[in-house]
Design a binder for this molecule. Structure first.
Ligand SMILES: [Zn+2]
Length: 224
């Protein structure tokens, strides 16, 4: 009996999973193209939620900020040695939008960053999105975009949505950034001295990124 129950349970899960895939692939027939990459944690909870039960505006995805989903697959894990912080230089956006942009305009494989932290426009305020680069542990395209650039090879690229030449990051973005950086520092023993804004990254091209209003010294004071 026990075995039977187990069998039924897993087949139920499989059915649910299939239905979910069908719902998801249904999206592809709308005008919005199906993204090739599944962003963000794809937790079991998220997968089995019926589409209708999901909030229409993705404003509160705080559960995605659990460090548990930030671990890379252990068999692919790379030794990262630095963290590079960027702004998107746009008022709005999210990982999917930047992915499309980077593919179409820069002809990259997809979004250049490892993580994107939303500002409440196209993703939650402070929501951390994990991109395909991090999930596959492949070099970024966030610092110069040239192949062989050390910062792309060895640095983790975090982008905060916003134009910090005009405005400042939201408080929630800063809280999530600190949480994410603390996690990465512990995971890879990255010292504070190896956390850079894009424009102060050794070897980086001339850029305003992450903008004059990005509070770098405040950030450093919040870290060990
Ligand atoms: Zn940048």
């Amino acid at each position: 009996m026990k075995d039977n129950r187990k069998y039924l349970k897993s087949s139920d899960i499989a059915t649910l999973f299939c239905s979910c895939l069908m719902i998801l692939s249904g999206c592809a027939s709308n005008n919005v193209p199906m993204p090739e990459i599944v962003y963000s944690p794809g937790s079991a909870t998220e997968l089995i939620l019926p589409k209708s039960a999901k909030p229409k505006q993705s404003r509160d995805y705080s559960y995605t900020n659990s460090p548990g989903v930030w671990y890379p697959p252990s068999d692919l894990e790379k030794k990262w040695t630095a963290i590079i912080i960027h702004h998107s230089a746009t008022e709005s956006g999210n990982a999917e939008i930047f992915d499309k942009w980077h593919k179409e305009n820069n002809h990259w494989d997809g979004v250049g960053y490892d993580f994107v932290i939303g500002n409440g426009t196209d993703s939650g305020d402070g929501q951390v999105e994990v991109t395909f680069r991090w999930k596959k542990q492949i070099p970024g395209a966030h610092c110069g975009g040239t192949s062989g650039n050390w910062a792309n090879e060895d640095g983790i690229g975090i982008c905060l949505v916003g134009d910090f030449s005009q405005t400042a990051p939201t408080e929630r973005q800063m809280q999530s950034l600190v949480k994410l950086i603390r996690f990465l520092q512990q995971q890879y023993e990255i010292p504070k001295s190896r956390i850079y804004g894009h424009r102060t990254t050794p070897g980086a091209r001339v850029t305003e990124c992450p903008g004059d209003n990005f509070p770098m010294s405040r950030l450093k004071s919040m870290l060990d």
